[in-house]
Design a protein around this ligand. Sequence first.
Ligand SMILES: [Zn+2]
Length: 590
Amino acid sequence: MAPLISEAKILEIKDAAPIAEVIGQYVRLTPRGRYLVGLCPFHAEKTPSFTVYPERQIFHCFGCGAGGNVFSFLMQHLRLTFPEAVAELAQRFGIALNWQKDLGPGPARLSRQRQTWFEVNEMAAAFFAQTLAHPQQGKIAREYLAQRGLPEAVAKTYRLGYAPDDWRLLVRTLSERGANLEAALQLGLLVQNNSGGNYDRFRGRLMFPIFDLQGRVIAFGGRIIGAGEPKYLNSPESGLYTKGRHLYGLYQAKDAIRQQNLAIVVEGYMDLLALRARGIGPVVATLGTALTREQLRLLKGYTSRVVLVFDADAAGLKAMQRSLPLFSGERLPARVLTLPAGEDPDTYAARYGVAIFQDPWDQAQPLFEFILDQAMVGAADSLEGKLSAFNTLKPYLQDDVDPVEKNLWLQLAAKRLGVPESVLAASCQAARPTPLLTRPAQDDSFNLEKRFIKLLLTYPEVLAKFDLAAYLDQFRNPEMQTIARCIHACYQQVGYLDHSLLVMQIEEEDLCRRICSLALAAENYRLENLEAELADYTRSFEKIRLKRDYQHLRQKMEQAYKNGKGGEVLALQAELQNLRQRLKELASAH
Ligand SMILES: [Zn+2]
């Protein structure tokens, strides 16, 4: 991460935006000593190893190595650029930011590009909403909403709109309002025809803006009103929108999901709105694709219970089957709520009400059991049937899932198939080679350097007592040396070690992570006597240096001996003797 923005500004924003508070909005954190821990949003885990260190304003995951400061968290989690993360926090915590002055030209350009996209999407959303409210133009869409039982308040919450059945209305409106049409093309709101003119992509459709977690419009979905194909049309992928990375309605539902520790996942926009219209809060929709790992990770930040609402058809079953390995891989418990054949949440809610969705966790079936049930359908008591059921299940039992969970699955499957568990287990045993962990051998100096850097990061107050500059050239490990140099530069610059700033000044992401991991790793230092500890390091560095010199001199002497330079040999011998003496002194001082 390069320093693209004035450091004074960064420090001001960082100081105003407590990392625990910011991350706490996306990850459920619990205090543990001086730290806060939670389930990592960047990898799958069951026990929390994601650690936030408020004192140092950094975070680190002991599981996957992710780490950084409050800005890098937002960049990684919300997929923001650095300037966006800065702007987001500045805005959230009331710090004035002057884009021209505070930002370099490169990032300003990229930010402006994204800014333009957001502006154009916003204009389009406003236009669609206006049209929906228009007495004549929006009549057909309002009638449709009324007929589907969707109250105006829900339409407002989700900022629904209407794209009239016209080829050029949006083009005209955007031009009149001074929008950047090139951006509208890039976003897929407009399409270019053969003669170079533009026309509206969405026509005669009820419009669903898709929001990011900050409530900005990143794309649209459109449902045809009346006859026409396709029934649903989504924005193409763009600089703001990638398929499978977002969940429809998460922005509006995230608080409810967190409060109830529950997310209900439905397939379509109308399913979601039908439930929401009847007072069911924690609902998200998949935007027409099978659930992805990234979507589960989004949910994981808010809940540990997911209920999938199942449309009882072949496509629905396939979607559930496909999602099982993802859920178990992410260690996110999921259950399936099965609706009667032919019903979707929308039709079901209209006919029977929403009682079943009020506490769906208890009514739903664990995902694996559901898949087992489905596999057993038709298996009856025939051997062939059971074999085919087993073959359907086998991939799940071989998957790389939590061993406890897998064991439970095996027990269940064995019982249903009437086969001893051990036989099933043996049959599922995948011949998978275990990866060999080969670590390069680290020498003494590397361990010393690492431990020393760790001391500096954990107890930066020692920097006041230690002349780090004098030792910078002595580091042998390039990584540790770079970190030492950066620590030194940062200390010189602001007069103390600011971890968050340090992380920002380091370009290489791996090194950032390294720093966060070292700053959080436990190590026993003699705190009551830091001076002695430091003296030890000074001695150790000295010792390593002397040993190196010693080796060097010996080689030189051997060379001189081979070349028959007697005088030189004698001189070198004296020097070597000298070195041996100093090494001895160092050892006895220990
Ligand atoms: Zn992690």
